[in-house]
Design a protein around this ligand. Structure first.
Ligand SMILES: *[C@@H]1O[C@H](CO)[C@@H](O)[C@H](O)[C@H]1NC(C)=O
Ligand SMILES: *[C@@H]1O[C@H](CO)[C@@H](O)[C@H](O)[C@H]1NC(C)=O
Ligand SMILES: *[C@@H]1O[C@H](CO)[C@@H](O)[C@H](O)[C@H]1NC(C)=O
Ligand SMILES: *[C@@H]1O[C@H](CO)[C@@H](O)[C@H](O)[C@H]1NC(C)=O
Ligand SMILES: *[C@@H]1O[C@H](CO)[C@@H](O)[C@H](O)[C@H]1NC(C)=O
Ligand SMILES: *[C@@H]1O[C@H](CO)[C@@H](O)[C@H](O)[C@H]1NC(C)=O
Ligand SMILES: *[C@@H]1O[C@H](CO)[C@@H](O)[C@H](O)[C@H]1NC(C)=O
Length: 872
């Protein structure tokens, strides 16, 4: 939910509402961008000594100079083809980021450092015992650092645009402290660059010669535009360079504002020019050599998401706002009567008592004070969860205990002087902002999630928390709708507030979710997987929260962008991504029914699936539509629920390998770029929803010369060969989706009204034969709630279909199945070599017809495998 309704109200008559550019600065209006954009460094860096020196335990440090200025460069080779590059001024006073990297960090590997005979360069190669393939060459003068894999140069940092300035200066006639960092990275082997999440843009980064640079500065960009480099709510300073032969990546471990220009040249080797406002120059280079490796390398550094609770994968219904408990129960009733599955209902700010978080309005508590409890009890009986919003701003009100405690404990962000609490305007009016950089402040806020008055004794129903407005959003146009960059934070409770907001701006939301995560873990005795949705995010946010693309507009361009936004977030670890359906804002005229059902059809294939709308819009719940649109919306939601077992298994894969849950085609098929309207769910499902008004047909790009694809959204399955474009008629509301030959997809083909209802029902196994008439897949299940899966309380099996027409089920790793049940009720073999591939085959064991296969029973009774021969 957004700020600035008062501005929006003023322009309600507009057809679509564009972001007001005057409220957000262009490059020329921001010091670092203005200083660094079109300039090349006039003094170049050089290395003083080719032999590295040792500083503490860090062995590979070089002395650098630029004129009379001195610097130190540290380069560490890390395992799994990663490198860490850090450049500092002598006696650096720059803020060094904490909290972002995963706690399990790789140690530097053993290397050999060899200056060349001619003294022009030095080479760092891994010790052969490490089995690593990446190496570095540092050129002396001017400084250039080349990053190689298997002796091939893939990434280069030269000194053309290398800038490190830390000095007093002037900008806009004001005295300012300049802390600029500028550098240029060339991706020598790449065709296309991807990254700089979060922008509403295509996946491929464009050349920015004729446009603004991409800006990373977490912002509450109300009415954000589609196809724009304007800053949005989150920042992940990562770029991947991709070609048919390799993929590499860089990650700037820095949470200050950044601007990035992209250049493509005729002979390849695209480059990125970073212009960074403050913080340290701490760069990780990931040398792939392919996209799976790079994604894994990045999640080695920033961590993986934990398993989500099962219910979080279902459909969520939200609106700003459901104002009373009767309204909440009414929505649940209407969904139920309309036959629309639903797992969670969401409450926006108006459930609180005067926007004081952790409290309830009397519209919910009722006169007897028992209203919330009875509402939660009713939701529980219907297998629905509740998610409520908790923002980071705290109403300034001495009578509000959360405020009083924060003020007395010194837990709020300070003004420039480091002493006075900063007060900014937000939903409650004057507010202070929790200083989440301070661990004690995180704990103070976290503890309130355990307040009995808040969860009312039903933490298992009030099962999720929505952290919004955490860029942080402040209703103040003078600082681009956030707090002044010279506000001060504390990094420890005893210390002074001396860390400038500008150094940590982009992780404020990340730190907010860290606190909420701590709070939910505490509330639930570490026994339940927290569910948190955050608007602002940073690299590593996946460890604490799911995210969504923010306050979007219900139009075709935003809908199309949502696919690129979430596919990109998935490539940078933030796997639990979704976009508001059909879109948040009011538009005049309202979105057509056709748009709405298309938005649902697209939304089911994004990991997080929520309907949401602003407070001035018409009713946008699924039951608000009639006739065919209503049926198409219902069918879409059911398609989602059928595939819950597959979504769940893909999330488990992510926890193990860091692999994205959804992917662009090029993740599976290198070089298949620029298909931003195609999406893959795991390796086995391809969807190509409709993103245009009134189209009769769509063109689907089915990749892979030897691939087979089975269309699944029609009444009967149809097989296609890969490596072709097929035209599919969508006039009746079809939304094309395919299973890939060679995959086995597990579904639950039962009508259920929530994931909880479906949890113990049997599954169907779709065996999709490839050209060799084989297929494999995986099935995962656990209790859906706890962390016991980490103690192997789970079912995890490989399914394979062999030439002998057998379905073989083998456990993967150690596992204890106590209390779990997984039953296969049907096996469907999609076989391209038959005229009617939709023939259903039943499992047949030793001549005995089986209607169900209880996998766990079978695994218990066979040592390691179970084999079912199928009749063909
Ligand atoms: C830099 O060059 C672009 C054109 O490439 C121009 O539009 C811009 O005004 C220049 N300066 C800055 C600070 O962006
Ligand atoms: C060096 O490494 C040792 C052992 O890992 C550790 O105890 C020590 O604190 C380190 N020293 C510095 C300066 O990092
Ligand atoms: C909000 O705070 C500002 C500055 O601290 C103060 O001038 C103003 O009176 C306050 N407004 C209200 C409604 O308390
Ligand atoms: C939960 O985990 C934290 C961090 O590991 C630990 O300090 C705390 O004691 C645990 N609490 C419970 C109730 O197990
Ligand atoms: C939406 O919420 C804002 C903030 O509470 C309020 O001022 C505005 O009147 C609301 N709009 C409608 C149409 O209810
Ligand atoms: C890369 O792969 C794509 C898709 O397979 C192909 O169309 C393209 O020609 C290839 N490009 C190069 C340079 O090999
Ligand atoms: C396809 O089916 C035909 C007839 O059923 C069979 O003769 C042929 O061997 C099959 N092809 C493959 C590759 O199995």
């Amino acid at each position: 939910m957004l700020l600035r309704w008062y501005i929006i109200l003023g322009v309600l008559a507009a057809f679509t509402i564009a972001a007001d550019h005057t409220l957000f600065k262009t490059c020329e209006k921001v010091g670092v961008c203005q200083r660094l954009r079109n300039t090349t460094a006039n003094e170049l860096f050089k290395i003083e000594n080719l032999k590295p020196t040792t500083a503490g335990n860090v062995t590979n440090t070089w002395q650098l100079s630029r004129g009379t200025d001195k610097f130190t460069l540290t380069i560490e080779l890390l395992n799994n083809a990663k490198v860490r590059f850090q450049l500092k001024e002598e006696g650096s006073k720059r803020y060094e980021l904490k909290d972002v990297l995963d706690e399990n960090q790789p140690q530097p590997i053993k290397v050999k450092v060899e200056p060349s005979q001619d003294e022009k360069k030095t080479t760092i190669t891994p010790d052969p015992s490490t089995k690593e393939q990446h190496s570095i060459v540092i050129y002396k003068e001017p400084l250039k650092v080349a990053f190689l894999y298997n002796e091939k140069e893939l990434v280069v940092l030269d000194s053309t645009n290398l800038v490190m300035e830390y000095k007093n200066g002037k900008f806009d006639e004001k005295d300012v402290e300049i802390k600029d960092i500028g550098f240029n990275v060339i991706f020598s082997d790449a065709l296309k660059l991807y990254g700089l999440h979060h922008h509403a843009y295509n996946l491929e980064l464009p050349d920015t010669s004729d446009m603004e640079p991409f800006r990373l500065r977490n912002s509450d960009t109300a009415n954000f535009e589609a196809n724009s480099p304007m800053a949005l709510y989150g920042s992940v300073p990562v770029i991947y360079g991709h070609s048919n032969s390799s993929t590499t990546g860089i990650f700037l471990h820095n949470a200050a504002e950044q601007w990035v220009d992209i250049r493509y040249t005729k002979d390849g080797s695209p480059s990125a020019h970073f212009m960074v406002d403050s913080g340290s120059f701490d760069l990780f280079v990931m040398l792939g050599p392919n996209i799976e490796n790079v994604v894994q390398q990045f999640t080695d550094l920033t961590g993986k998401a934990q398993m989500p609770q099962l219910w979080t994968l279902g459909y969520h219904q939200c609106r700003w706002s459901y104002f009373t408990r009767e309204e909440v129960l009414g929505v649940v009733k209407n969904m139920n009567e309309g036959g629309f599955p639903l797992d969670a209902i969401w409450l926006d700010i108006d459930y609180t008592d005067g926007k004081k978080y952790f409290t309830w309005s009397d519209k919910f508590t009722g006169t007897d004070g028992k209203g919330v409890e009875t509402m939660l009890e009713t939701l529980k009986g219907k297998n629905k969860k509740l998610v409520t919003i908790i923002d980071p701003h705290i109403k300034v009100d001495e009578k509000y205990p959360v405020y009083k405690e924060g003020k007395d404990g010194n837990y709020f962000v300070k003004e420039k002087d480091g002493k006075k609490d900063f007060v900014g305007e937000c939903w409650p009016g004057n507010s202070s902002y929790v200083d989440f950089l301070n661990p004690a402040a995180r704990t103070y806020y976290a503890n309130h999630y355990s307040d009995r008055e808040f969860h009312q004794g039903y933490p298992e129903v009030l099962a999720g928390i929505w952290n919004d407005m955490n860029e942080p959003s402040v209703f103040d146009p003078h600082h681009e709708w956030t707090m002044p960059f010279d506000n001060k934070h504390k990094s420890t409770n005893d210390g002074e507030a001396e860390i400038e907001h500008r150094d940590i701006h982009n992780i404020y939301g990340f730190l907010h979710t860290m606190s909420t995560h701590e709070g939910l873990m505490k509330r639930d005795n570490n026994a339940t997987r927290p569910f948190i949705l955050t608007r602002s995010h940073f690299a590593g946010s996946q460890r604490y929260a799911a995210m969504w693309t923010g306050d979007n507009t219900p139009d075709w361009d935003h809908l199309k962008n949502s696919y690129s936004e979430c596919m990109l977030s998935n490539l940078v670890g933030l796997v639990f991504c979704g976009a508001d359906i059909p879109g948040f804002f009011k538009t005049v005229p309202k979105p057509t029914d056709q748009f709405v059902y298309r938005a649902y059809q697209a939304g089911i294939w994004l990991p997080f699936f929520r309907g949401h709308a602003s407070n001035d819009t018409e009713s946008r719940e699924p039951y608000s539509y009639g006739g065919k649109p209503r049926d198409l919306i219902r069918n879409a939601i059911k398609m989602r629920y059928r595939h819950i077992p597959t979504w769940y298994q893909l999330f488990y894969e992510h926890t193990q390998t860091g692999a994205p849950v959804i992917r662009p085609l090029f993740y599976e098929f290198p070089g298949e770029i620029e298909h931003n309207d195609h999406i893959m769910i795991g390796r086995g499902i391809l969807a190509r929803p409709v993103f245009d008004e009134d189209v009769k047909e769509v063109t689907v790009h089915l990749p892979g010369k030897d691939e087979k694809w089975y269309r699944i959204d029609g009444n009967s399955v149809q097989a296609y060969n890969g490596d072709q474009e097929v035209t599919i008629n969508v006039e009746k509301g079809e939304s094309p989706a395919f299973y890939r030959g060679g995959s086995i997809i597990v579904t639950r083909d039962r009508d259920v009204m929530s994931t909880e209802d479906g949890k113990r029902l049997p599954v169907t196994v779709y065996v999709n034969l490839n050209k060799d008439l084989k297929a494999t897949g995986k099935l995962y299940n656990d209790d859906g709630v706890s962390f016991e899966y980490k103690n192997n309380k789970k079912l995890y099996v490989k399914l394979s279909f062999t030439e002998e027409h057998m379905l073989q089920v083998e456990p993967i790793g150690e596992q204890k199945h106590d209390g779990l049940e997984v039953v296969i009720e049907k096996i469907v073999v999609n076989d391209w070599n038959r005229t009617h591939v939709s023939t259903h085959h039943q499992a047949d064991v030793g001549g005995n017809f089986l209607s169900h296969i209880n996998i766990i029973h079978a695994l218990r009774n066979n040592e390691n495998k179970m084999i079912y021969k199928l009749r063909r």
